[in-house]
Design a protein around this ligand. Sequence first.
Ligand SMILES: C[S@@+](CC[C@H](N)C(=O)[O-])C[C@H]1O[C@@H](n2cnc3c(N)ncnc32)[C@H](O)[C@@H]1O
Length: 277
Amino acid sequence: MYSQRQLDRARKLAYEHSGISLAANKDVMISNRLDKLKRLLGNENIDEVLALHESGKNIDIFISAFTTNKTNFFRESFHFEDLKDRVVKKAIESSAGLKIYCSAASTGEEPYSILMTIEEAKEQHANPLFNYSVIATDIDKEVLRHAQEGIYEFNKNADDFPLWIKPSQYFKRREHPNKHGEHLIKIKDILSRKIKFDQMNLMSPKYPFNTNEFDVVFCRNVLIYFNQDDQNAILKKLFGTLKVGGTLYLGHSESPLGLSPYVERCGQNIFIKTKEF
Ligand SMILES: C[S@@+](CC[C@H](N)C(=O)[O-])C[C@H]1O[C@@H](n2cnc3c(N)ncnc32)[C@H](O)[C@@H]1O
């Protein structure tokens, strides 16, 4: 058990280093994360662990322990259908390229789903030369390592992929090193060469992108971890990177908040930028 003071020290560190806002009812979750942190650092003394992070050391490990990285391929699959049937279709018809930003990429399933969607759309519209790129960021270096490696456990029972995706085009099978008879899947080069992963904190005062740089921004299932003021500030910065006419995809319980007058809703948590903020 941790004291209230220890929990509050962890809460303060999480906010300072990631913007993650942990309400009073999250004490059990904080306790679980502190357990994880002790394991990661191999130190059972939580006061020493907290003091280490308070002095600015090993912050990446702290962030890794405190972020929630739940994701899967084609999560909220209607967003990928919209990307394929509206956004990519339109870009192909107008001979434009696409630049896409995935802002909380976690272990990579979301940005690789974006890439597979575009590859399928290219095939569907018989346009193999369609030009696009995806930039994917996350604050957590550990999940980015996984994303870059691009190796996932294949679960025979999971219907991870929509019927219109041909997974064998995008994954190589690999023997599982530990589980006999099981296998892993590794992202093929045709996808990995189209994507760039980078670490970025959405709370940073300035993002390393140009104004109106992207045609599409994915910001899904991450805003929920921030307080309302920070959500507004993040949305405003992301919005600045999106072109007028570009599409913003948000997670199922997220909304554009203060940006509402500047967007048009065109589907479930799908927003088109209509004018500059
Ligand atoms: C629940 S996952 C969502 C992943 C994916 N977008 C999806 O919808 O499946 C949230 C991700 O947000 C990342 N995250 C949390 N705080 C962040 C911050 N301040 N800046 C950037 N990423 C952050 C976490 O590391 C985690 O990988």
